[in-house]
Ligand binder design. Structure first.
Ligand SMILES: *[C@@H]1O[C@H](CO)[C@@H](O)[C@H](O)[C@H]1NC(C)=O
Ligand SMILES: *[C@@H]1O[C@H](CO)[C@@H](O)[C@H](O)[C@H]1NC(C)=O
Ligand SMILES: *[C@@H]1O[C@H](CO)[C@@H](O)[C@H](O)[C@H]1NC(C)=O
Ligand SMILES: *[C@@H]1O[C@H](CO)[C@@H](O)[C@H](O)[C@H]1NC(C)=O
Length: 642
């Protein structure tokens, strides 16, 4: 079923016209041609059209609505702070953000005033529109106040993952080009570890921390500075509009080290607005957000509903499976956010009364796998799952707007060109796009896995690709001559399958990252760090699937020619050097590592070890390679737990 089928019906009408010229009546000609059309396979198209027309129309309305607002905001040179100001004027006393850990409620006007103090302080620091300031703290309303305040004067916050330590932290600080850094006192140790590399920045700490630590960093206490800063709107104006930079989010994307993805105001709006309209949210909804605010899911899809649509958002510092439903009941939440792991952790919890007393009707997020999808809806009585797909940095987003089990979105089969997303055939090992004799890419048939790409149209804000702060990283994600000669497209690197009705299902993440505990782990980054710990020996890192667990567990294959690998030291070093999600779960020692070929196969002959395996898993859950159990019980040596 391709785009060609869509043209059969008009063609039939034209030929009916020709036949009627030959003397047959219109009615009989049309009937005859309808018969021919149906016999030639057209009935399938009619069937698909009948099944999907309602969904497509709903999708089209949402698309047009978001486009309309985007064009309006571009014309009026709006920004996220200016749209937020309209919300404040509308309902200054409504609860905007709730801090779960303290129960503190921040009204819209308070959020506005507090962010004014940040803006005034930033100006007093001499920061100007276009300067970058790093924000490194755990998720709480203050973080929102900080980026909002900085954005009010055009300063661009770089939101740093609070799990990062040492090398990866220094890398992110380095590529951000930040002039200053604000950190939470809870992360003081991490900052002290990389003290030397921060010496050229102005540092500010929020929260209580020992004065001598602050002195050794030459850091100032931000809370005092903000308390003495005026809460009136900043006098400084900046010339930023809807397509200018708002902040940076680090994504591991699918290639290499974390990259600073540029979030412009229009992208922030687009991501949040698609979530709002696609999943049927309304102004009275209360969103429960326990996802980290340094990622787009928490800060845009979640907090964006407060900024742009005036919803109340409850922010929890860290996800807790046992408190999840209690919190939802306590704060009358009607919308929750998830990643696949959260749903599974919740399902594995014992039954508690709050799980049926809550008023949650929508769960929105990504990574809910089909095998737990229905159990999740049934057990917790959730009416609607808003699964979506979309890389922070790309425009090829999809959303499941009609509760179809297992799908992360759809593209219209009737009019596929309305939304220029395609699945293209790719080599499943190298994840390279396959090209035909003319050098163009080959679209997938229904049921055929392929890489999802989005056509780039630099003039349409919906289809812009703002890229990464680093130009080279941007170029890696753009492919040319994709649909026709001379065009370009964003290549996501994610493997998807589309069914006959146009529903899209997630298959696998390509490139050199894998997903573990809701985070992308970059194999090249972990390889670099492990190799540095081991005096630059060769290391290969890859993800292996473990039955019953989302994502892939990290496997590190380490060259050990001389047999002097010291496991205890290594384990300790790894815990210091890597955030918990990036630490390899399995370890292989082998005389050599092939870093280019099919890594999994090359190293099968050497026994793997558990390096730090979560206690909840049994030895029976061993990884599979190429669909076969690659290891047997006797290969495992349990070294430690994590
Ligand atoms: C939740 O709703 C109940 C009943 O409508 C109300 O009494 C309570 O104050 C609400 N709680 C919060 C935190 O808004
Ligand atoms: C992981 O990578 C995917 C694909 O680029 C992206 O959509 C997603 O936002 C990333 N997630 C995190 C937590 O960085
Ligand atoms: C994705 O981003 C590119 C780059 O700007 C844009 O041209 C393209 O149209 C976008 N695709 C979609 C489906 O929005
Ligand atoms: C690291 O490797 C170099 C060269 O391979 C060797 O000379 C040096 O002794 C090694 N250092 C340690 C601490 O093993």
């Amino acid at each position: 079923m391709g785009a060609g089928d869509g043209f059969r019906a008009p063609a039939a009408v034209i030929s009916a016209g020709l036949l009627s010229v030959l003397g047959l009546s219109w009615f009989w000609s049309l009937l005859a041609l309808l018969g021919v059309y149906l016999c030639s396979g057209g009935w399938r198209f009619l069937y698909v059209a009948a099944c999907t027309i309602k969904r497509d129309l709903v999708g089209l309305c949402i698309l047009l609505r978001v486009k309309f607002f985007m064009h309006h905001y571009i014309r009026t040179r709006s920004t996220v702070p200016s749209i937020f100001a309209q919300r404040v004027a509308l309902h200054p006393d409504k609860a905007a953000l709730v801090e779960e850990s303290t129960g503190e409620v921040w009204s819209f006007s308070e959020l506005d005033r507090r962010s004014n103090t940040v803006a005034q302080w930033a100006v007093a620091q001499g920061w100007r529109s276009g300067d970058v300031v790093a924000v490194f703290m755990e998720s709480r309303p203050l973080m929102v106040v900080l980026w909002l305040g900085l954005a009010k004067v055009g300063v661009e916050p770089a939101l740093i993952n609070f799990n990062l330590r040492r090398d990866s932290l220094m890398h992110c600080m380095g590529v951000s080009g930040a002039r200053g850094m604000v950190f939470g006192a809870e992360l003081l140790d991490a900052v002290l570890e990389v003290k030397e590399s921060l010496s050229s920045l102005s540092l500010f700490c929020t929260g209580s921390s020992p004065a001598e630590s602050l002195d050794s960093l030459s850091a100032q206490n931000l809370d005092d500075l903000l308390a003495s800063s005026p809460d009136t709107p900043p006098a400084v104006t900046h010339s930023k509009g809807f397509n200018d930079r708002l902040f940076y989010i680090y994504t591991s994307g699918t290639t290499g080290l974390p990259k600073a993805a540029i979030i412009v105001h229009s992208r922030y709006y687009r991501i949040a607005a698609f979530g709002y309209y696609s999943f049927g949210l309304g102004p009275d909804d209360v969103v429960y957000c326990c996802l980290p605010l340094y990622h787009s899911a928490g800060n845009i899809v979640g907090v964006g509903q407060c900024m742009l649509h005036g919803l109340t958002v409850v922010i929890r510092r860290k996800f807790s499976a046992s408190r999840f439903w209690d919190d939802c009941v306590k704060y009358n939440c009607t919308v929750v956010q998830y990643i696949g792991e959260i749903c599974r952790y919740l399902l594995s919890q014992p039954v508690r009364p709050s799980e049926s007393r809550h008023q949650v009707r929508v769960a929105m997020g990504n990574g809910l796998r089909p095998n737990v999808w229905e159990d999740f809806m049934k057990r917790f009585n959730i009416k609607r799952i808003g699964e979506f797909y979309g890389a922070t940095e790309c425009n090829c987003s999809l959303a499941n707007m009609d509760n179809k089990v297992g799908a992360c979105g759809f593209n219209s089969v009737i009019l596929p060109s309305v939304y220029p997303i395609r699945l293209l055939r790719a080599d499943e090992d190298s994840m390279e796009l396959i090209r035909d004799s003319r050098g163009l890419c080959v679209p997938c048939k229904p049921g055929e896995p392929g890489i999802i790409v989005g056509r780039i149209n630099p003039h349409d804000p919906l289809r812009r690709f703002d890229g990464y702060a680093n130009q080279e990283a941007t170029n890696k994600k753009i492919s040319h001559n994709v649909f026709k000669q001379g065009d370009s497209a964003y290549v996501s690197g994610d493997l998807m399958v589309m069914d006959e009705l146009g529903y899209v299902y997630f298959r696998d993440r390509g490139g050199d990252t894998f997903r573990w505990r809701g985070e992308n782990v970059s194999t090249t980054e972990v390889e670099g760090i492990l190799s540095a710990l081991l005096n630059q020996t060769d290391v290969a890192v890859y993800g292996v699937s473990v039955p019953g667990v989302e994502g892939k567990a990290g496997m590190a294959a380490i060259v050990d020619v001389t047999n002097d690998f010291n496991c205890e030291t290594f384990l300790r070093d790894v815990q210091n050097a890597l955030p918990s999600y990036a630490r390899p779960v399995f370890l292989r020692l082998s005389p050599e590592v092939d870093k280019t070929g099919d890594r999994n196969r090359v190293m099968l002959s050497f026994p793997p070890y558990f390096l730090c395996f979560p206690q909840t898993h049994t030895v029976n859950n061993y990884p599979k390679f190429n669909g076969k159990n690659a290891m047997t019980n006797k290969c495992f040596t349990c070294i430690g737990h994590c």
